[in-house]
Design a protein around this ligand. Structure first.
Ligand code: ATR
Length: 277
């Protein structure tokens, strides 16, 4: 049987997911397809319904549908519910189940690429949108002891702290305080879109007083090295871009659909090739 998968977004033109998933299917000799579907928000419910009728195995869901898709599903995983967003749907014989693989994808990449035991590190997350929520929930669930969030709109950072309360404490810091205490953090993570193409000269946060041995991570991977990461690198920090998160969130979704271990190296290789074009 052939597996049909895809991604729902609006717009969807620049998605690297089709290239990544089709390469993974080919690598494992699995018969199937993965296509990008541009779904207008007004058409989302009908598009989700069509997954059952057309016997899709599942889809990824990207901006702007990650939250609005939830009422159209039969079940939502506890992780996705805690994060408040779904990025992966699995069709189990007509029952549509929503998952969120973004947070776990990021966590896997941070653990692998930092090579450190992150549980005892002091972590600062910049930004409080959907991506930040996924990252914060996953870091707390993993057992990161000290986690702080700073954001331009402080009330949104407080919302995330509240969501995380059942898992553990999250400290909310106004930007001025976070900025004045950069030296106290071991890991600093940018979850905002500041510095993404085309506005590549912008920085979400000043790293003036960064410690030499800290880890600085950016969820962005276009550009491959944001100005934020470049400045961090110049100060002697280890840097991690968002490519690992993208590959891992896709790999976990692929594993939910196929039941097979995703070929992460192949997936990374083809995405890197498309980024160079
Ligand atoms: P996503 O769901 O992809 O994480 P989002 O919900 O638009 O995206 O969140 C983007 C984050 O980047 C938010 O924390 C936002 O800050 P606000 O909550 O104050 O809006 C932050 N952000 C975006 N542009 C910003 C800017 N110019 N200055 C400071 N913060 C910015």
């Amino acid at each position: 049987m052939s597996l049909n998968m895809g991604v729902f977004g609006h717009p969807i033109g620049h998605s690297k997911s089709p290239v990544m998933h089709n390469a993974a299917l080919k690598e494992l000799g699995i018969s199937g397809t993965y296509e990008a579907y541009d779904i207008h928000p007004d058409d989302l419910e009908e598009a989700v319904d069509s997954l059952r009728r057309n016997h899709f195995r599942g889809v990824n869901v990207t901006l702007p549908h990650k939250v609005s898709v939830m009422p159209f599903l039969d079940e939502v995983s506890s992780d996705a519910r805690a994060i408040g967003a779904v990025n992966t749907i699995v069709n189990e014989n007509g029952r549509l189940i929503g998952y969120n693989t973004d947070g776990q994808g990021y966590l896997n990449s941070l653990i692998a690429e930092s090579g450190e035991d992150i549980k005892n590190k002091r972590v600062l997350v910049i930004g409080a949108g959907g991506a930040s929520r996924a990252v914060a929930v996953s870091l707390k669930k993993y057992g990161v002891n000290f986690l702080a969030i700073t954001n331009r709109t402080l009330s949104k950072a407080k919302d995330i702290a509240r969501i995380c309360e059942p898992i553990g404490r999250v400290n909310v810091l106004p930007s001025t305080i976070a900025q004045a205490n950069v030296t106290s953090f071991d890991i600093i993570i940018n979850t905002t879109s500041i510095g993404m193409e085309p506005d590549v000269t912008r920085m979400p946060f000043s790293l003036e007083t960064l410690k030499r041995d800290s880890i600085v991570s950016d969820l962005i991977y276009t550009p491959f090295k944001t100005r934020f990461l470049q400045v961090a690198e110049n100060k002697g920090a280890k840097t991690i871009n968002g490519l690992g998160m993208f590959i891992n969130q896709g790999a976990i979704a692929f594993e939910l659909w196929t039941g097979k271990q995703a070929p992460r190296d192949k997936m990374r290789q083809v995405v890197l090739e498309t980024l160079k074009k």
